[in-house]
Design a protein around this ligand. Structure first.
Ligand code: CGR
Length: 261
């Protein structure tokens, strides 16, 4: 038994303590303060539906179907032309949507907001939300409660998008676009061509950082091909000016920022 427990602990990450209290609190903050138009949402029911998806279940074998009751319960529509996806650019994407409040990243919706930056799982031996250690997602444990949640809500987020949608990509990483990412494997393939007519990509580069990829790079050519094959128009901008302004707040003296000011 002890060997099993040690093995478990060695290959696991710290679950977030008091997940249930945090999720309930975030739900109340979001629906009562931030988005009063959602004040009728039942946060206790949302919490119970969320935890029912994974408690008492094998933490490495969670399925999309486990989260379907939660998806059915929380129906929130993002206005057309206001969806912002991101990949390997989470911080800047949220700094931007925090200022350009009309835009919605997944975390600016209720389901993304209540779960952001948390880790959670269940255990077949108890009905408790694991407060201790949850397994890492790896080849031996590919379907964890957290990873399946983000796949499911990312798919729903993409399916409900409409009009012109946007994605912020990282040109200072190895490749700006990757088919292995959630954006590249889930979201881009769940945009409905009869609802979404255009995708704008913004390839952002760290201020003073290396420019490893750009709109002219092969990974963006691959993204354009995927998008066009789905009958969606594609446009790309390097260092989209409004987002560059956000980056320059922290680097006002940098030469690439002085021309902006
Ligand atoms: N806290 C959040 N996590 C995630 C969101 C999200 O919106 N919030 N995700 C995914 N995600 C998880 O976080 C990393 C991002 O990887 P990273 O390589 O940085 O980017 P991904 O394209 O995989 O995912 C970002 C994309 O999917 C949604 C969000 O709407 C963005 O448009 C990856 O393991 C995903 O499972």
């Amino acid at each position: 038994i002890w060997v099993g427990v040690l093995t478990w602990r060695q290959s696991s990450m710290g679950a977030t303590d008091h997940v249930s209290a945090i999720v309930l609190g975030r739900c109340l903050t979001y629906t009562r303060n931030m988005h009063p138009e959602l004040r009728n949402q039942d946060c206790k029911k949302i919490l119970n539906t969320f935890t029912s998806a994974f408690v008492s279940k094998d933490p490495c074998n969670i399925t999309k179907e486990d989260y379907q009751p939660l998806i059915d319960l929380v129906t929130q529509t993002v206005p057309c032309n206001k969806t912002l996806f991101w990949s390997r650019s989470k911080e800047l994407a949220h700094q931007y949507s925090g200022i350009q409040k009309e835009m919605f990243t997944l975390e600016d919706t209720l389901l993304g907001y209540i779960a952001d930056n948390l880790v959670w799982c269940g255990d077949p031996r108890t009905s408790e939300v694991k407060e201790e250690f949850c397994p890492y997602r790896n080849e031996n444990c590919s379907s964890t409660a957290t990873s399946v949640f983000w796949t499911v809500v990312s798919q729903k987020f993409a399916e409900s998008a409409c009009g012109t949608v946007y994605v912020m990509l990282n040109g200072s990483g190895t490749t700006a676009f990757s088919k292995a990412s959630t954006f590249g494997s889930v979201e881009v393939f769940n945009l409905h061509p009869d609802r979404v007519h255009t995708l704008h990509a913004w390839v952002m580069h760290d201020i003073g950082g290396v420019e490893r990829d750009s709109c002219l790079g092969s990974s963006i050519k691959e993204l354009k091909s995927i998008v066009n094959q789905r009958n969606i128009s594609f446009f790309c901008q390097d260092d989209y000016r409004p987002a560059r302004f956000v980056q320059c707040v922290r680097h006002p003296e940098h030469p690439s920022c002085s021309v902006l000011m």
